[in-house]
Design a protein around this ligand. Structure first.
Ligand code: PMP
Length: 367
């Protein structure tokens, strides 16, 4: 879609990353650390200062008591964290429960690690976890679950009751949860992020993955982290040893500083993204288009049918680029089977002028 968007000079609300610069103090810290700090291999587990900052962050936001020496691992992005967790935990034949719509890295990584994905399909607009679906998905071969919360592309934030339901099935089948929580700080008013790790019974069964790329709008840095019980994390660190071993030390130092920013910084990130969500959502709603609720992430789903378009989401995205000059992503791309094919995903983590131009183009095409 991005190639097609470039060819048609479309406004790209397809690509899932912000066009912000990231916090100045964090950028300056990285620059300073590059010039004055060590640029040799840091500890395989991550710079102590960053691991301490991650443990303090988990305590501050979720009340979790994390031992930074044995329960925190720094990775080169959340993607490496996911790969390391799967390579560490899976044996050939193990099944992994995935929820679709699913982030595109999950199924290939599960398969490459020797596992078999078992998909549970969530349905719009609520995308709720249902007991019957979990009952059908879990069995004696289930080794792990990957839960993305808040959920890309749906903008869903799972409630504590849903997490507890999932936790019961994880415990019943002696499985573990790999929790992709990269959007933990992008949760909107009225909601709050609850890590599965913080729910009863999950402390020894969950690995919580974060990404500085999302929290600080610095996606190119690829600084990720895994937090979890020492026994669960130890094999993950061994996998990490042969994947990347480490992550640039100046970026680690800067992320440590970032994680220590006052509460206000984190509240502002969510507030600013919520403002942009409203900007895009109200523009689409004014055209009579149906927009699904987005309680977290920087993605908004729109029902293609409400535009009068009769084809699939893929065909609509092509139409939107070629005829309207705006790029989105078809939500069916996040399904492996029986896709929901009437939704498209817009990324609103963009400057006001970019969002406004997209709305203007849509208005010109539909008014
Ligand atoms: N998980 C999800 C759900 C994502 O949306 C993304 C980024 N698009 C990632 C993981 C990857 O994060 P990172 O860049 O830190 O590898």
């Amino acid at each position: 879609m991005s190639q097609l968007a470039a060819a048609h000079q479309a406004i790209n609300l397809g690509q899932g990353f912000p066009d912000d610069r990231g916090p100045d103090v964090v950028l300056r810290c990285a620059a300073e650390a590059l010039l004055t700090g060590s640029n040799q291999y840091p500890s395989m587990w991550g710079l102590p200062i960053l691991r301490q900052a991650i443990a303090a962050h988990e305590q501050r936001f979720y009340g979790l008591e994390i031992d930074w020496t044995s329960e925190v691992l720094v990775t080169s992005g959340a993607t490496e964290a996911l790969a390391a967790c799967l390579l560490a935990l899976l044996e050939p034949g193990d099944e992994v429960v995935l929820f679709q719509p699913a982030y595109d890295a999950y199924a290939p990584l599960v398969r490459r690690a020797g596992g078999t994905p078992h998909f549970v399909t969530l349905s719009p607009p609520g995308w709720r976890l249902e007991e019957a679906d979990l009952a059908a998905a879990f069995n004696d071969k289930t080794r792990a679950v990957i839960l993305n919360n808040p959920l890309n592309p749906a903008g869903k934030v799972f409630e504590a009751a849903e997490l507890d339901l999932l936790a019961r099935w994880i415990e019943r089948y002696d499985a573990v949860a790999i929790c992709d929580e990269v959007y933990e700080h992008i949760v909107y008013s009225g909601g709050s992020h609850v890590p599965l790790l913080a729910r009863p019974g999950m402390a020894t069964r969950s690995l919580k993955i974060g990404s500085a790329g999302k929290t600080f709008s610095l996606t190119g840095w690829k600084v990720g982290m895994v937090v979890g019980h020492a026994e669960l994390l130890r094999p993950v660190a061994k996998a990490h040893q042969f994947l990347t071993f480490t992550t640039p030390p100046n970026l680690q130092a800067a992320v440590a500083l970032g994680l220590g920013l006052p509460d206000e910084y984190f509240a502002d990130v969510a507030r600013e993204m919520e403002r942009r969500r409203e900007r895009l959502a109200s523009g689409l709603a004014a055209l009579g288009f149906d927009v699904l609720p987005a309680r977290g992430t920087y993605f908004l789903n729109m029902d293609v049918r409400s535009t009068g378009f009769a084809g699939s989401d893929v065909a609509y995205c092509q139409h939107l680029i070629e005829r309207v000059g705006v790029a989105a992503i078809p939500v069916s791309a996040f399904f492996e089977s029986s896709p929901v094919s009437h939704l498209v995903r817009f990324c609103f983590a963009k400057q006001d002028a970019v969002i406004d131009e997209a709305i203007q183009r849509l208005t010109a095409a539909y008014r």
